[in-house]
Design a protein around this ligand. Structure first.
Ligand code: FES
Length: 208
């Protein structure tokens, strides 16, 4: 006996008759209405919304991103942070190596090859990062200020995950001694021009 049949068998007969009538009526309306309803629905989606649904690459304008500022977009259900780092922020990165678990991005599946450098990015100043914590997936806070913090007295700027207090530097590299053990993920991305980044598309290989 199928699941539908077994459910029918426990329905009162009056309800069953009404339900069959409703199903038949709905079927007629649905068949007539689907053509009319589908086009307005699809046409109401802007390209970026469609892109989000199918997981296609997402174009992001960064021309108005100020030094030190981070913006967030959604790609494939993940929050992607894009930050324009300052010279000072970049200068701090090499000196953090001794405090980091994987300073050289040796875990290869955490970033594309073009992001295996000290700043973990194509252009030093532009950071593109999946900002979900590699411990249990929370979205960490960005704490860009350099200076003592309650969670680190020698803070050089970075990401702090309040869920279980994992910390990452401003290249998304994880510090030693915190619950997370992997650097934040760098997604595939490329530059269309100086002001536009395409998330989900490698520079030479196309859509990831
Ligand atoms: S989810 Fe970030 S530290 Fe646990």
């Amino acid at each position: 006996m199928s699941e539908t049949e077994s459910l029918d068998s426990i329905q009162p007969q009056t309800d069953l008759g009404r339900r069959r009538l409703l199903m038949a009526t709905t079927g007629v309306i649905g068949a007539a209405g689907v053509g009319a309803a589908a086009w307005p629905f699809l046409s109401s989606l802007r390209p970026s919304a469609k892109a989000r649904i199918v997981g296609a690459p997402v174009e992001v304008f960064i021309g108005n991103l100020e030094p030190g500022q981070l913006t967030r977009v959604q790609w494939r259900g993940q929050t992607i942070g894009i930050m324009r780092r300052t010279e000072r922020m970049l200068e701090e990165l090499p000196g953090l190596a001794d405090r980091l678990r994987d300073p050289d991005s040796s875990v290869v599946d955490q970033q594309p090859d073009y992001a295996r450098n000290v700043h973990r990015s194509i252009r030093p100043e532009i950071l593109v990062l999946n900002v979900h914590c590699t411990h249990l997936g929370c979205v960490p806070q960005v704490v860009p200020e350099i200076g003592p913090q309650p969670f680190d007295s020698d803070w050089k700027g970075g990401f702090f995950c309040p869920c279980h207090r994992s910390t990452f530097d401003l290249a998304g590299r994880v510090f030693r001694g915190v619950p997370a053990i992997r650097n934040l993920l760098v997604p595939p991305y490329s530059f269309i021009d100086d002001d536009h980044v395409m998330i989900g598309m490698d520079p030479e290989e196309g859509a990831a």
